[in-house]
Design a protein around this ligand. Structure first.
Ligand code: HGY
Ligand code: MN
Ligand code: MN
Ligand code: MN
Length: 410
């Protein structure tokens, strides 16, 4: 008999979290380690305590809630996602996975189910990687993919350090940011953030893996000059060099894989005045693909483009690595558990490979890992108009719960 989630309570809890850092347009502005992130963390702590979970926070701010199983020696099943948001993002990205994990535990309590394995739910620190790079930073440190001291020293664009913000909001916990035991499995529910489930008329996605990433920051140093009297051949225009790379990042994917994507999402121009030739421009670039070799090829291509652009314009340039994450393919144990759950619930599902990054990328190196996708209407995400119907949220959350309780042994 599948576990029944309390739909009304689940929706009410999703709506409650969405009010913390809410934007006028109905989205979220809840950047990692901001006041809004603190507020939602405090709120989530109370919700976990209300559900009878033993709450702990590690030294990187990752938050865990533990529910004991009948066999204390059994490896825990870990379920969760992230509560931080993009600037002006949606209310489902990450949030849905954390609230579904909470509702899963509440439903176990309602049903009086004692699982064999302990259950832990988790809110990972700074999954979005917008304010501080890299993305999936909290799970990356916890899984050993990133060095904690290096990550502590990262700064945002105002020069504020990660660790000072973590301490300011009171979430630099005592526990080491690493697994303190073996885990049976990790499951994450997330919105698809793409168009395929909706295009194929499916109710849930059985995720088979996640693309690899490479991100970087390029800064071009030119000469500030008056935009009027300075002849064109006298100029060292940092923005022209950056513009060449921006168009190259758009062009490179078409020469590589079918699923290769490239984006320049951030640009900062100094002095940013209509009649001064820009002397310093920073842009970020990012490529993703299921094939790590293509990722490496894209990386080499964009740096070669930067070199050529700087030479052409007579400017200096520097590059900063922002992130590298491998492409991962999930273990059959978890893919099968999610598939079986969707089938048992009579949901129409399809296998899907994630084009977005998730904390599951790093959990993959720690234990068997799987994901459930919920439908994204119009494939929209990282946009305040991100939308998933409550029916689709509930179907995906029920699939997650069913897969998790089967892995944990009811
Ligand atoms: O960039 C990503 O895919 C995720 O939203 N951090
Ligand atoms: Mn996310
Ligand atoms: Mn996101
Ligand atoms: Mn994620």
């Amino acid at each position: 008999m599948p576990l029944r989630l309390d739909r009304e309570r689940f929706v009410a809890t999703m709506e409650e979290q969405a009010r913390i850092g809410a934007t006028e347009a109905g989205g979220l502005h809840r950047l990692a380690l901001s006041d809004e992130d603190k507020e939602v963390r405090d709120w989530f702590t109370e919700r976990m305590e209300d559900a009878g979970l033993a709450v702990r926070v590690d030294e990187f701010g990752n938050m865990f809630g533990r529910r004991e199983g009948t066999n204390p020696d059994a490896n825990p099943v870990l379920v969760g996602s992230h509560l931080d948001s993009q600037p002006y993002g949606g209310i489902y990205d990450g949030q849905l996975g954390v609230i579904a994990a909470l509702e899963f535990v509440r439903s176990l309590n309602d049903a009086g189910v004692e699982t064999t394995h302990p259950i832990e739910i988790v809110n990972w620190t700074n999954e979005e990687g917008s304010r501080f790079q890299p993305a999936m930073q909290g799970s990356g440190v916890w899984a050993g993919a990133q060095d904690i001291e290096t990550e502590y020293a990262k700064t945002d664009e105002d020069g504020v350090s990660f660790v000072s913000e973590l301490e300011r909001i009171g979430y630099r916990g005592d526990d080491p940011a690493e697994p303190r035991e073996e885990y049976e499995a990790y499951l994450e529910l997330h919105i698809e953030q793409g168009p395929y489930l909706e295009e194929n008329g499916k109710e849930v996605g059985v995720v088979t893996g996640i693309v690899g990433f490479t991100w970087g920051g390029l800064t071009f140093h030119g000469e500030a000059d008056h935009s009027g009297p300075t002849p064109m051949h006298y100029r060292s225009d940092a923005l022209v060099a950056a513009a060449d790379v921006i168009t190259a990042v758009r062009r490179i994917p078409g020469t590589l894989g079918e699923r290769t994507v490239g984006t320049v999402g951030y640009a900062k121009v100094h002095p940013n005045s209509i009649n001064i030739i820009p002397d310093e421009v920073t842009i970020t670039w990012g490529f993703r693909d299921p094939d790590d070799e293509i990722i490496q090829e894209a990386y080499e291509r964009v740096l070669a483009e930067a070199e050529h652009a700087a030479d052409r314009e007579g400017v200096d340039w520097e590059h900063e690595e922002r992130m590298r994450a491998p492409s991962v393919t999930f273990a059959d144990t978890c893919v099968d558990a999610v598939q079986t759950a969707a089938d048992d619930l009579g949901l129409d599902s399809m296998r899907i490979f994630s084009g977005a990054g998730h904390d599951a990328t790093h959990l993959h190196s720690v234990c068997d890992t799987g994901m459930v996708f919920a439908v994204s209407e119009n494939g929209k995400s990282h946009n305040e108009s991100e939308y998933t119907s409550w029916d689709d949220c509930y179907a995906a959350a029920s699939t997650l719960a069913e897969a998790a309780v089967n892995l944990a042994g009811r």
